[in-house]
Design a protein around this ligand. Structure first.
Ligand code: FER
Length: 190
């Protein structure tokens, strides 16, 4: 129960962060959760619209209505000064370390005495292939970021935050793969 409240609160800041960057429709915001942000912080379509309504009622965001077609209206949201204050307050108040993320692969390893060495090796091989695929995707994202801007690694770049999240993900996956490779050699040796 407390966990759910916490997640909802974080969604609030994710939305504030997005509309702080630029004016966005509900659809734009949902798309962001399907693409970039969704890679490390997922949110469902069904959570986003109620949160937008709530944030509007709280005066943290506001919208103007834009007419796009003959009858099509869409709401374009932007952050209010009060919303910006809450966003920056959240950015500046780091909390305790979150619980270690659930990892089903770790759980399988923990109990792997129940399967044969060959089967364990297959489990590792499968994990390695998936991690390598993820790493490839991350490298591609990093390349796109560099195409967008020459110096995303500069703290002055508007893409710097994106670059940091991406470089941390690459660092994590490279290290994970190195550990998988190292562990596979243990299977070969004994
Ligand atoms: C992105 C592509 C992938 C991105 C983040 C990720 C921030 C993945 C992050 C992770 O696995 O932690 O464009 O942008």
């Amino acid at each position: 129960m407390p966990r759910r409240t916490k997640l909802k609160r974080i969604l609030k800041y994710a939305i504030l962060g997005l509309v702080h960057k630029q004016e966005m429709s509900g659809y734009d915001i949902t798309s962001q959760f399907k693409q970039e942000i969704g890679q490390f912080w997922s949110a469902k379509h069904s959570q986003i619209y109620p949160e937008l309504k709530k944030l509007t009622e709280e005066g943290l965001i506001e919208y103007r209505t834009s007419i796009t077609g003959a009858k099509l209206e869409k709401k374009l949201y932007c952050i209010t000064p009060k919303g910006t204050r809450e966003l920056t307050e959240w950015l500046l108040s780091p909390k305790e370390l979150p619980e270690t993320e659930k990892d089903a692969f770790m759980l399988r390893l923990y109990f792997s005495a129940a399967i044969s060495r060959e089967e364990s090796k297959r489990l590792f091989g499968d994990q390695m292939a998936k991690r390598k695929e993820k790493l490839e995707h991350l490298y591609e994202s990093k390349q796109s970021l560099q195409l967008l801007e020459e110096q995303p690694h500069s703290p002055d770049s508007p893409q710097f935050g994106h670059y940091l999240v991406l470089s941390r993900a690459i660092n994590r996956e490279e290290s994970y793969i190195a550990w998988l490779e190292e562990t596979l050699t243990l299977f070969e040796e004994s």
